[in-house]
Ligand binder design. Structure first.
Ligand code: SAH
Ligand code: SF4
Length: 349
């Protein structure tokens, strides 16, 4: 039996069905309940008029609907990005970002409060690890973003979720994959078939497990350097999962699933953005079905580097394309003025 605190946003559809049936109610109630949660974006048991009172009172006794109260909401000056500082029941706080693009919207969700990986240029890494998020706390962030779109009468629906907020998703594997399974359910938010992207610092066992479990989600690996020494300076987790083991895991992922992989490269002026660096990454990932996402460094309090100039970014792209046949993009700089860009998320006390 579930504990009284079961968060409905933390249950997969089959689990919700099993719960409702275990109380002797018909599966139709579970199906309606699921619709209230993911099409109605219900924030309480009272927003479910078609669920009979006897079912609702059972639900109210055994479950709750995890809503994450907004402490602060900020909007970027260009109007395209909104950042939510959300409270968790134990007082921890996390950030979620909603980005609007032409015809679509993407939610960038957190998988942990803080992060244990300590990447030197990342505000989340600089704040340290607080705790893992539960699956329901991850799902609720996407639901919150969908509610925000609905409240602003946006024609855009939530089309993508990126696990690129606070935390290292593969450090919190089980909760993250449960959340992914809930989010991609076709009769819920329907974020299936490649609409979810998970970004990892390079947790090798997690990448291999993802390959074996074969969920239809994209994988992005934060590379930032093409040799072990330089990488370990920027990404301390590289000492635990060295670059050669990481590349083996990436090859395994692509070969097992027959899928493309993304590599992220934060471009830091003079540090990892020269022609030599571009050639080194080209040689390292050549032969893999890969795409490189270049992210000009966003400012954080604890790191003094500067973003690469756009010339350097273009030169980097040219070398990857012409020398190694590797497609790349320079990530649109969104929400930098409200510290909602990559690596800028942290929860102020
Ligand atoms: N923990 C995961 C996902 C969160 S960060 C990971 O590290 O992959 C998403 C991306 O932003 C990662 O590639 C990360 O390395 C990058 N990033 C971190 N700090 C940044 C900064 N200050 N500027 C630009 N990109 C940054
Ligand atoms: Fe953690 Fe990712 Fe930030 Fe590194 S870049 S500290 S893994 S959130």
């Amino acid at each position: 039996m579930p504990s009284p605190s079961t968060d409905l946003y933390g249950l997969t559809r089959p689990e919700l069905l099993a719960l409702v049936e275990s109380w002797g109610f018909s599966p139709g109630h579970a199906a309606r309940l699921w619709k209230y949660l993911y099409l109605g974006l219900a924030a309480s048991h009272d927003e479910m008029p078609e669920i009979p009172a006897r079912v609702r009172s059972r639900l109210a006794a055994a479950t709750h609907i995890g809503t994450l109260p907004v402490s602060v909401e900020t909007g970027s000056s260009d109007g395209f990005t909104r950042k939510f500082l959300l409270g968790l029941p134990d007082g921890e706080r996390i950030e979620t970002v909603l980005m609007r693009f032409t015809g679509r919207a993407t939610a960038c969700v957190s998988s942990q409060a803080g992060c244990a990986m300590g990447c030197v240029f990342c505000a989340t890494g600089q704040m340290g690890y607080r705790r893992h998020l539960a699956a329901g706390e991850i799902v609720s962030q996407a639901v919150h973003a969908a509610r925000a779109l609905r409240a602003s009468r946006e024609p855009r629906r939530l089309r993508n979720v990126v696990l690129m907020g606070m935390g290292e998703p593969l450090h919190n594997y089980d909760a993250v994959m449960r959340a992914v399974d809930i989010l991609r359910d076709p009769s819920g938010l329907g974020l299936g078939a490649g609409r979810i992207t998970l970004s990892t610092v390079g947790v090798v066992p997690g990448i291999r497990r993802m390959a074996d479990e074969a969920r239809p989600i994209h994988l992005a690996v934060s590379l930032h350097a093409a040799n072990q020494h330089e990488r370990a300076e920027l990404v301390p987790a590289a000492r635990k999962w060295p670059l050669d083991e990481l590349m083996d895991a990436c090859r395994y992922f692509c070969a097992t699933l027959g899928r493309r992989i993304f590599f992220e490269w934060t471009l830091i002026d003079g540090k990892n953005d020269t022609a030599d660096h571009a050639h080194a990454v080209g040689r390292l990932i050549q032969g893999l079905p890969a795409q490189v996402n270049l992210i000009p460094l966003n400012p954080t309090a604890g790191y003094s580097g500067s973003p690469s100039h756009s010339e350097a970014a273009r030169g980097f792209q040219r070398i990857l394309a012409d020398g190694y046949g590797l497609p790349s993009t320079v990530r649109q700089r969104r929400g930098i003025d409200i510290a909602a860009g990559c690596g800028q998320l942290a929860a102020p006390a």
